[in-house]
Design a protein around this ligand. Structure first.
Ligand code: NAD
Ligand code: 6OD
Length: 488
């Protein structure tokens, strides 16, 4: 049976009292392997190793040497591309096509692009006149924050983990990563790549486990952690913020969403369907940026619902390696129970079920997997739980609107504010609506187009802070102002 170990100071190590937890394949519920759960001892050893690397070999590298190593990591991932794809699809059940076109290439790109960003960062400089009429020069030095805790979710495991680790290392920090307990494999595999490319021991560490009373809590409460970067549910973010407040630790919070798409009658409906197909159903709806609320101008409402139903019904659930597969399972039994509870609530609250609403019939060898039907509802009040709360499944509610003002108000009426998409052929309206939506990211006539130099993050209960490009540098570095007084 495969064992997935912690990666501490360049070595693969067992967990507390050799404690193990199960790594399950969501496609059929089978056991893939056992994961070594890190206890306080292993987490503290990882933080100590990260501190030693920061004060030792890693901290002494020049920027050029650091950048070379990060390019090496990107190449190292690409050299073992298929190993990463296999590991990601085993943990998540997602279609191979998705892992090999999104997750793993972005995993590699996150190292290369942030190495490029850090090479080109501009600096601040101010010349001033002092009270005694002399000159002083101010300039800012960027220094790494220190040891960064990286806490990750399961939906895009390598992509979201390296989206933090790439810039953190580029800025000269060291990291201790706590991957999701559901998806421990690619973070562990990255440890092998780190060793293969000659990364100094202790720069990149991985501890496995859960949140409370496990690796997550031991890491976020450790006094030696200088910053915590987190992606996950809003209520977990709140718990981590409390833990971080004790040590006044810097935090970056990328949290949940309940993202709207607004479709105006003048939009190109082919483009709308292509966008919604991805934003509602890709990764089985388990994308934080995904659309769960669709607002459609009344004159095209019936047509959009009709076409979206066809899109949903054409999706093919199946094995990741079957090239016909376009829909994977949900990540776990627990998550499917949560999504199904929303399917039940929709029914109880009087929704019209346009399609789906349950568990699909799968061949007997896949019947133990966490499959769920793509689902579309109409007819719910905007205040219902299904329209207000994040579901994180392949589903959406579609509602009609009559005016631009009404669409904006409906889109803004949840506690979340992560992402939105607006479909229109009127360029003025596209800009006007985007400017009024209370979100961190707004796409016009598209979805999830990413340039890693751009700011990424959520408003309202969807997060605190921005990462991406220079915004990542702001989070992963500390600015030290040096003021030099010049004498005549
Ligand atoms: P989660 O919050 O349950 O878990 C995320 C991570 O936090 C896991 O590694 C978990 O073990 C750890 N954790 C849980 N409790 C903890 C605690 N008390 N202390 C320290 N660590 C703790 O989230 P999930 O179910 O893995 O992921 C799905 C959620 O993530 C959704 O809400 C989704 O919207 C959100 N998400 C947000 C973004 C974004 O960029 N805003 C991206 C992806 C996912
Ligand atoms: O593309 C990214 O950088 C990013 N953070 C995507 C997040 C997707 C959420 O599931």
């Amino acid at each position: 049976m495969k064992q997935i170990l912690n990666f501490v100071n360049g070595e693969f190590v067992a967990g507390r009292a050799d404690k193990l937890f199960r790594n399950i394949n969501p496609v059929d519920g089978s056991l893939i392997g056992m994961v070594a759960e890190a206890g306080r001892t292993e987490v503290y050893a990882a933080v100590a190793a990260a501190r030693a690397a920061l004060n030792g070999p890693w901290g002494k590298l020049s920027l050029a040497q650091r950048v070379d190593l990060l390019y090496g990591v990107a190449n190292g991932i690409n050299k073992r591309f298929e190993d990463f794809v296999d590991a990601e699809i085993a943990d998540t059940g997602k279609p191979r096509h998705l892992a090999s076109h999104l997750d793993i290439p972005r995993g590699a790109a996150n190292f290369k692009i942030f190495a490029d960003v850090v090479k080109n960062v501009p600096n601040e400089f101010f010349e001033m006149t002092t009270p005694d009429n002399k000159t002083a020069l101010n300039y800012a030095l960027r220094r790494p924050k220190g040891v960064v805790a990286v806490i990750c979710p399961w939906n895009l495991p390598l992509l979201l983990m390296t989206w933090k680790v790439g810039p953190a290392l580029a800025c000269g920090n060291t990291v201790v990563v706590k991957p999701s307990e559901e998806t421990p494999s690619t973070a562990t595999l990255l440890g092998e790549v780190m060793n293969e490319v000659g990364m100094p021991a202790g720069v990149y560490n991985v501890v496995h486990g859960f949140g409370p009373d496990s690796a997550g809590e031991f890491l976020t409460t450790h006094p030696g952690i200088n910053a915590i970067t987190f992606t996950g549910e809003t209520r977990t973010g709140a718990a981590i913020l409390k833990a971080a407040s004790d040590g006044i630790k810097a935090t970056s919070m990328e949290l949940g969403g309940k993202n709207p798409a607004i479709v105006f009658a003048d939009a190109n409906l082919e483009a709308v369907m292509a966008g919604l197909k991805r934003s509602v159903f890709e990764n089985s709806g388990q994308v934080c940026l995904g659309t769960e609320r669709v607002y459609v101008e009344r004159s095209v409402f019936d047509e959009v619902v009709r076409r979206l139903k066809l899109v949903a019904e054409e999706l093919k659930p199946g094995l990741p390696n079957d090239h016909h597969t376009t829909l994977g399972p949900l990540i776990s039994q627990e998550h499917r129970d949560k999504v199904l509870s929303f399917y039940r609530q929709a029914k109880e609250q009087g929704a019209t079920i346009v399609t789906g609403g349950g568990i699909p019939t799968m061949p007997s060898d896949l019947a133990g997997g966490y499959w769920i039907e793509p689902t579309i509802w109409t007819g719910l009040p905007e205040t219902s739980s299904v329209v207000q709360q994040e579901i994180f499944g392949p589903c959406c509610h579609v509602a009609a609107f009559d005016t631009e003002e009404e669409a904006i108000n409906m889109a803004n009426a949840t506690p979340y504010g992560l992402a939105a998409s607006v479909y229109t052929n009127d360029i003025n309206r596209g800009h006007r609506v985007a400017a009024r939506l209370e979100v961190g990211l707004c796409w016009v006539n598209s979805w999830f187009l990413r340039d890693l130099r751009t700011p990424f993050g959520g408003s309202k209960m969807s997060g605190i802070g921005r990462e991406g490009g220079v915004h990542s540098l702001e989070f992963y570095t500390e600015l030290r102002n040096v003021c030099v007084k010049l004498f005549d």
